[in-house]
Design a binder for this molecule. Structure first.
Ligand code: NIG
Ligand code: FE
Length: 400
């Protein structure tokens, strides 16, 4: 069965080679087609629908079904390459305290760990599914989900199994923080042994990625040496690498990520010139999470500096109960434009094709023949309404 979508005022393909794309600086790099059509086909028990044709509506081929979007716009579904959706409990009071000046240091993670361990599988599954639906309702069609609120072998495996039910992009984050009852030097060393040993062996079959909260500025997180050990052990167990780095202060995260060939280093709030240079000379994506700066009152990362240096940049939500309980990629795009010096076109690319690069995926993040038909519908005559109509639900995943 094939479906023809017509009446598309602006179709953002994120393909620089799109024939007939509008040649205006505002849309640079987006491959925007006006008055466009798309044909989607395939899709069955085991395979997702794919794009079979893209072009001007006047030249569209026939299909089994047709829908007319009547002058709305279409963009690639957002690729949210960083989230922590498997959790229970509530930390809204911590958010309120931060708004009145209490700084974030990662200490609140322990509160979520306790609540998550106490929750049943059914409770965790229900809230996880709800959050994924909330994301789709705002245009996100791919999400990466981390463990990291279990911190025992059993609880980390459980989080990964549940995450696997909603996405293939599952990340083992046993090295989120050292559990509060193991903060003495011997307990810390033993926890690191566990994360790199028994816990990793139990978790690796359920995950694609390994991640570590590399943050010497936090007493709860891991320093450069500890992080290197976690990442190397994960790599030896067959996992690909991503890093939480440079969130609370300058540190070794970004350069470690580059050195070890990580797909992405996420946060990048505090970067030295050497960090920027290392990122620019690498394939490692700098993933910026502006909802975190919004929700912690930290300064926003300097996206302009990274882009001008030639680094690959993505934006993601980091949806989690501590530093950013927002699943809204449209909000992240708006913040990137308003607060981080990105043009609207750069922000949209960072939320789509940038996220795909951060997950090393070539089948998503763009609209092109042969790729997954992961599309988002913008209820407006231009994709620019995504940052322009901030706070208004103008974009949602297109259910095909
Ligand atoms: O990406 N910084 C580390 N981890 C999360 C926050 C987790 C939490 O506070 O619950 C982050 O910001
Ligand atoms: Fe995170």
């Amino acid at each position: 069965m094939s479906m023809l979508i017509t009446g598309i005022a602006e179709l953002v393909t994120c393909e620089s080679t799109t024939e007939g794309a509008v040649d205006e600086p505002l849309h640079a790099g987006l491959g925007v087609l006006r008055d466009a059509a798309v044909v989607i086909g395939g899709g069955g028990e085991d395979s997702a629908p794919t794009v079979e044709w893209v072009g001007p509506a006047a030249q569209a081929p026939a299909a089994d079904w047709a829908i007319d979007l009547e002058g709305r716009s279409v963009v690639p579904g957002f690729v949210d390459s960083h989230s922590h959706l498997v959790f229970a409990g509530d930390r809204s009071a911590e958010f309120a305290a931060r708004m009145s000046g209490t700084p974030y240091d990662g200490g609140g993670i322990a509160v979520t760990v306790e609540a998550t361990r106490a929750a049943t599988d059914g409770e965790l599954r229900a809230t996880l599914q709800h959050r994924v639906q909330e994301m789709r309702a705002q245009g996100t069609t791919t999400v990466e989900v981390k463990s990291g609120y279990g911190l025992t072998v059993e609880d980390e495996v459980r989080a990964l199994r549940l995450a696997r039910e909603v996405t293939p992009e599952v990340t083992y984050l046993g090295a989120h923080v050292v559990p509060p009852d193991r903060r003495d030097p011997a307990g810390r060393a033993a926890y690191l042994d566990l994360v790199c040993g028994e816990m990793l062996q139990a978790c690796a079959p359920h995950a694609r990625w390994v991640d570590v909260f590399c943050e010497p500025a936090s007493p709860h997180a891991f320093d450069g040496q500890e992080s290197r050990r976690v990442l190397e052990a994960g790599r030896d167990a067959g996992l690909e690498l991503r890093v939480h780095g440079n969130q609370l202060g300058e540190g070794p995260g970004a350069q470690l990520a580059v050195e070890l060939g990580a797909a992405s280093v996420d946060h990048c709030t505090y970067l030295t010139d050497a960090d920027v240079e290392a990122l620019a000379g690498s394939d490692t994506v700098a993933t910026l999470l502006p909802g975190v700066e919004f929700s912690t009152r930290q300064p926003y990362p300097d996206a302009r500096r990274l882009l001008d240096a030639g680094a690959r940049v993505a934006i993601a939500s980091d949806c989690n109960p501590g530093t950013c309980y927002s699943s809204s990629m449209p909000l992240m795009i708006a913040l990137a434009v308003r607060e981080m010096g990105m043009t609207p076109a750069e922000a949209l690319r960072a939320a789509t094709v940038g996220g795909a690069q951060a997950l090393r995926r070539t089948d998503i993040g763009r609209v092109a023949v042969g790729l997954r038909a992961d599309l988002a519908l913008v209820d407006a005559p231009s994709w620019l309404h995504i940052p322009y109509r901030v706070g208004v639900p103008v974009v949602r995943a297109l259910e095909v």
